[in-house]
Design a protein around this ligand. Structure first.
Ligand SMILES: [Zn+2]
Length: 162
């Protein structure tokens, strides 16, 4: 999985399934963040752009968070690690925001897509050669194929009997 998609993980799983484990303040902040990011991702997927208002909002988040920069040596390479400061709230929000920014700055935004399964809504990165992927994974792909088949079958049956 692309590391830039950490925020999707938060949006999809932590918020949908684990709300009770966070305190109220954190939950509210994360919900706010989720709404904001879903809006931005929706614009990204439908218009291939993020509006200036959202960019300003993103910068507000970035400015309000505190990060610590640490230089590390890893085998033969030097790495600059950007680490959010210690508070829980700041750590989670920082990770989400950073991963989002990393995604839109390092990856082809045209390949960021929302799964066409209306009950899914998962965001994925289309790595197919022709950029034609429609579903987030095989489960959604086969589910939608079955539905399409059934729909076609029903229409055929209806027109046969009528
Ligand atoms: Zn899906």
């Amino acid at each position: 999985m692309i590391t830039g998609f950490f925020f999707i993980f938060i949006v999809k799983y932590i918020l949908d399934t684990g709300l009770g484990t966070f305190d109220r303040k954190l939950t509210d902040k994360l919900l706010e963040l989720r709404d904001f990011l879903s809006h931005a991702v929706n614009d990204l997927c439908t218009k291939n752009t993020i509006c200036q208002k959202d960019i300003d909002e993103m910068n507000k988040y970035l400015a309000s968070l505190s990060f610590c920069k640490v230089l590390k040596k890893e085998e033969e390479r030097y790495i600059l690690n950007i680490i959010p400061d210690k508070s829980n709230l700041n750590q989670i929000i920082s990770k989400v925001i950073l991963s989002f920014v990393e995604m839109i700055t390092n990856y082809d935004i045209k390949r960021i897509k929302i799964c066409k399964n209306p009950e899914c809504g998962w965001i994925f990165y289309d790595e197919s050669r022709n950029h034609t992927r429609k579903w987030c994974d095989n489960t959604c792909a086969s589910l939608m194929k079955v539905r399409k088949f059934r729909k076609r079958h029903t229409i055929k049956k209806a027109s046969n009997s009528g």
